[in-house]
Design a protein around this ligand. Structure first.
Ligand code: ADP
Length: 481
């Protein structure tokens, strides 16, 4: 059985749950300890006690620790990628790619340890100096989802540690294996006991215990909108209030104009909507296609989808792995039924598949004749289910693209500089993609959205410091000579 990691020790818990491979539900990846509220309290106490020393550690120490983590992740990327794919269901190349990304993130933030900037400004008063410095916020609670079980924890843990915070990490219930493997690596990197703690278990137990504890100064969360709203409320009604950063849902549009290169648009669309089984917050689920190319786009998509291989995530040649679990599969299927009930036309896919092993296999679904007011066009499904919405022209397409409660990523396929430039200025989203899939981002630049997708400062790149530090303004008067 794998264990929680608290105060530099691996601790057993009274409860354990099996972790099942979604490609083959008879394959149990492992038994994972479930932390109790008392375990969580112990982890938070350990992080609280370790904060003073870690916040004063040298930037060289932090750099070396993060670099050691990066090196081990990268040297074991095939093995860790396989574990990730076995546990979460994304394909092996996607799993290895995600682990590689996590290693690069730790490498990037190892460098950032050495680059945390401050400012020195003249004062408006004679003889006075003003310095603006950044300090760590304290114990940070990191609550993460199952869809990127290594990369999302990495892009929260790395900047948290780089900035001198101590960490209590609560991974999603479905992916404890990846969290455990990452923690083992962190435990070997020279970080003092208590600086980093892993508590696995249910959101309602472990997550809630973190929200209630006054020793946690900040919570960074990625997950569903409803949980995110609950976390924001808990953090802002706590005494003292907690700093909070939320990454939540998306209903990302991809506009396709008459002048687009159709091959580019189809590849962007298939990647955006269906790769990683559509289980990415940056996935595109609304293709907004102008009249002149609409019918060709729908026909070409249906044709292209015929070549997609849905199978065991770890099998060579699989393009799309299984849905993560029964609950998510039920949700995908219920939206597919809802789309038909709402009057949309299912032009391709949407059926359950049987494979050699028992697993959650769903062929991606494409709906046409979708009205942007339909629930399948407004609500996040989080599966391989996409819609095509007809637009009269560019202006109409932009209006539909922005008509959503979300604002994470927004794409356009066009060969026109005029429309691409206008779209970059007017699309209401945190990330804009021109002739690229809506998903797939760099690790050295900010990630995040607006409207219902995100709350608080951006993640990743040097912008991450905004959340993981607090600003101090110091005034000094040296005296008159
Ligand atoms: P999903 O429905 O995709 O699993 P959630 O938002 O429920 O998304 O889960 C994201 C993360 O939030 C998980 O780690 C989960 O355990 C955690 N979580 C769920 N409920 C709570 C809660 N009440 N308090 C804190 N964390 C929670």
């Amino acid at each position: 059985m794998t264990l929680n990691y608290i105060a530099g020790e691996w601790l057993a818990a009274s409860n354990a749950v099996p972790n099942v491979n979604p490609s083959n539900t008879s394959d149990v990846v492992g038994e994972f300890a479930q932390a109790s509220a008392a375990d969580v309290e112990r982890a938070i106490d350990a992080a609280f006690d370790a904060f003073r020393a870690w916040s004063h550690s040298t930037i060289q120490t932090r750099h070396d620790c993060l670099n050691a983590i990066a090196a081990e992740i990268l040297s074991r990327k095939e093995e860790l990628g396989r574990l990730l794919s076995r546990e979460e269901g994304k394909t092996l190349p996607e799993g290895i790619g995600e682990v590689t990304r996590a290693g690069q993130i730790f490498q990037f933030f190892a460098g950032e340890c050495l680059r945390l900037p401050g400012e020195k400004l003249p004062s408006v008063r004679a003889g006075v100096d003003v310095e603006i410095t950044r300090e760590p916020v304290g114990v940070v609670g990191l609550i993460t989802p199952w869809n990127f079980p290594v990369a999302i924890p990495a892009w929260k843990i790395a900047p948290a540690l780089a900035c001198g915070n101590t960490v209590v990490f609560k991974p999603a219930e479905l992916v404890p294996g990846s969290a455990h493997a990452l923690t083992e690596i962190i435990s070997r990197a020279g970080i003092p006991p208590g600086v980093f703690n892993l508590v696995m278990g249910r959101g309602s137990v472990v997550g809630e215990a973190m929200l209630k504890n006054i020793k946690i100064a900040a919570i960074s969360f990625t997950g569903s909108t409803s949980t995110g709203e609950h976390i924001a409320q808990s953090c802002t009604t706590a005494h003292p209030m907690k700093k909070v950063q939320l990454e939540m849902g998306g209903k990302n549009p991809m506009v396709v104009l008459d002048d687009a290169d159709l091959n580019v648009a189809i590849e962007c669309a298939v990647n955006s909507a269906f790769f990683s089984t559509g289980q990415r917050c940056t996935a595109s689920s609304r293709f907004i296609v102008t009249d002149g190319v609409h019918d060709d786009f729908v026909a070409a998509m249906a044709e292209r989808m015929k070549s997609l291989v849905v199978d065991d995530a770890c099998r060579a040649g699989t393009h799309i792995g299984p849905v993560v679990d029964q609950r998510q599969l039920d949700q995908d299927l219920s939206y597919i039924r809802l789309g038909q009930d709402e009057g949309a036309k299912l032009v391709a896919g949407g059926e359950l598949l049987s494979r050699d092993m028992p697993g959650f296999y769903l062929f991606p679904a494409l709906f046409a004749e979708v009205d942007n007011r339909m629930r399948i066009a407004r609500e996040e499904i989080f599966g391989p289910v996409a819609t095509v919405i007809r637009a009269r022209n560019y202006e109409n397409a932009l209006e539909i693209a922005n008509d959503t409660p979300f604002g994470l990523s927004s794409g356009i396929c066009t060969s026109s500089l005029k429309y691409a430039s206008h779209f970059k200025r007017n699309a209401q989203a945190g990330m804009i993609m021109v002739n690229l899939p809506t998903a797939g981002v760099d690790y050295h630049v900010p990630f995040g959205g607006r409207k219902g997708s995100s709350y608080g400062p951006r993640e990743q790149g040097r912008y991450a410091a905004e959340f993981y530090t607090t600003v101090k303004t110091s005034y000094s008067f040296g005296g008159n000579i």
